[in-house]
Design a protein around this ligand. Structure first.
Ligand code: SF4
Length: 350
């Protein structure tokens, strides 16, 4: 059974795989880069970023020597910015400790920044042909349906069980084709909704199809409870400058730039914001209304409220002494920012 499953997956992959740029290369740097970009990101969204990175940093040496702001700026819009920071750190470690060559050993790979068991297995199998299985959401779905696994896929015990099963399934000679094959099969064929069962090469032995369980497998019990946050941004402007600050550790968007911020669980009225700012109202002019957008992240929904405030040089000094920095428009364009801030600037300022 394992043999026929494995062979069918590999045959299907060879015939149906998408023509993706990193698949043309055996270069561990390009494979690693694509794996990091594609974590929590769909291929259509991630591919342009892959091209941008390869163009800006054709080798790991170029990436390691870049500065962090450059890397974050290129990453802008992809979210999960810790991935970009770790990408940069990892390039530096590979350069310093391994002379710019990724170690061809699974455990060594897991020790690198930003490389967990999943990415290490993908890199080890695809770039170095080491038979280490990958278990992502696509793999879990295919295995749950095909083998009739009814355990909750969000539980670590099930992930372990799937991993053990995958160790028996992986092709020892062609782990690269098997791993990429099962992920691609889950992404394109055995999809979450409307899987292509009627055209499936596994149909005659698939548990879910045979037992009418395609719609109920995989089982996923844990629902993410989202946190609601209200970000009240004050966009302080002089004639030709905007106040920004770099976000610090311990929250989303670390290292990126955003505006002066007051945070609360609920929306503030403009009068409350002005009271809280404790700045001389005679030296400020509010431009337009408070402008709100909802920004959805995996674990939180952010309601961002923007208020544009023109200020004079006295207020600028007060804000600078409180840690805000003023940049001209050209510099503001170049700084790495959350996509929410970038969109606001394009719509309302530039
Ligand atoms: S028959 Fe349907 S559910 Fe079973 S593996 Fe194929 S696509 Fe998935």
């Amino acid at each position: 059974m394992y043999n026929s499953f494995r062979n069918t997956i590999i045959e299907w992959y060879v015939l149906n795989k998408r023509d993706l740029p990193w698949r043309k290369s055996g270069d561990p740097y390009k494979i690693w880069l694509s794996e990091i970009i594609l974590q929590q990101t769909r291929v259509v969204q991630g591919t342009p970023y892959y091209y941008k990175f390869i163009e800006a940093f054709p080798t790991i040496f170029d990436l390691a020597r870049a500065n962090e702001e450059e890397v974050l700026r290129l990453w802008q819009g992809l979210g999960y910015y810790s991935r970009a920071r770790n990408l940069h750190k990892c390039a530096k470690v590979v350069l310093e400790n391994f002379e710019g060559v990724f170690p061809g050993e699974y455990v060594e790979l897991t020790r690198l920044p930003g490389i967990g068991p999943y990415t290490a297995a993908a890199l080890a199998s695809i770039a170095f042909k080491i038979p280490k299985p990958v278990v992502d959401g696509n793999v879990q779905r295919v295995l749950s349906r095909y083998f009739g696994i009814h355990d909750d896929v969000s539980s670590p015990r099930t992930v372990k069980k799937m991993y053990e099963l995958s160790e028996n399934l992986i092709d020892q000679e062609q782990p690269d084709l098997y791993n990429q094959g099962i992920m691609e099969f889950g992404a394109l064929h055995c999809t979450p909704k409307k899987p292509l069962c009627k055209k499936c090469p596994l149909i005659s032995t698939c548990f879910a199809y045979e037992n009418g369980k395609v719609e109920v497998l995989p089982v996923k019990l844990k629902k993410v409870k989202k946190k609601i946050r209200h970000f009240h941004y004050q966009v302080f402007k002089t004639d030709n400058e905007i106040a920004l600050k770099r976000r610090i550790k311990g929250d989303i968007w670390q290292g990126l730039y955003d505006f002066h911020l007051l945070e609360n669980n609920e929306k503030y009225e403009v009068t409350t914001i002005l009271e809280k700012l404790n700045l001389d109202p005679a030296r400020m002019t509010i431009k337009g209304d408070q402008w709100t957008i909802k920004h959805i992240l995996t674990h939180q929904n952010i309601f961002a409220h923007f208020l544009q405030i023109e200020i004079d040089q006295e207020v600028k000094k007060v804000l600078e002494s409180a840690g805000m920095r003023f940049f001209n428009y050209e510099k503001v364009r170049q700084l790495p920012k959350p996509i929410l801030i970038d969109n606001y600037l394009h719509d309302e300022i530039f």
